[in-house]
Design a protein around this ligand. Structure first.
Ligand SMILES: [Zn+2]
Length: 126
């Protein structure tokens, strides 16, 4: 379970992001997960010892709400992350943010996962 402070910060941060999107998208109900989804990864830094960050992504919140009643919901969330967002046909970026009260602590606010460009795909197979 998350502590209240962390949840409040996440809500505030998402609120300000949503406000900026007002012109383009309808405001939707925010859904903060009652569970913590954590991603571990290694970055390109040769000194990297690995990173472990909470994911606050809104889309995963929606997915969580959809699958929570099923027995294998964890597997469904993991599949979404590993097979879709980080799928082989995606050029995925992780969008990071930090907490005001914990400036050293970064978390994942979302993902940008466009399809790989045809150029890159051709490159893979040549
Ligand atoms: Zn690193």
């Amino acid at each position: 379970m998350r502590d209240d402070e962390e949840i409040n910060e996440a809500v505030n941060k998402k609120d300000s992001v949503i406000r900026q999107l007002d012109l383009f998208e309808k405001k939707q109900d925010l859904y903060i997960l009652p569970i913590r989804i954590v991603i571990k990864f290694v970055c390109k830094d040769s000194q990297c010892k690995g990173h472990k960050m909470s994911i606050l992504d809104w889309e995963l919140g929606q997915l969580y709400r959809k699958v929570i009643k099923r027995p294998n919901w964890q597997a469904k969330i993991k599949a979404k992350i590993m097979q879709e967002i980080f799928g082989e046909n995606r050029d995925t970026y992780i969008i990071l943010g930090n907490m005001v009260s914990h400036p050293q602590t970064f978390c994942v606010l979302g993902f940008f996962w466009p399809l790989k460009s045809p150029y890159h795909q051709m490159h893979l197979f040549t």
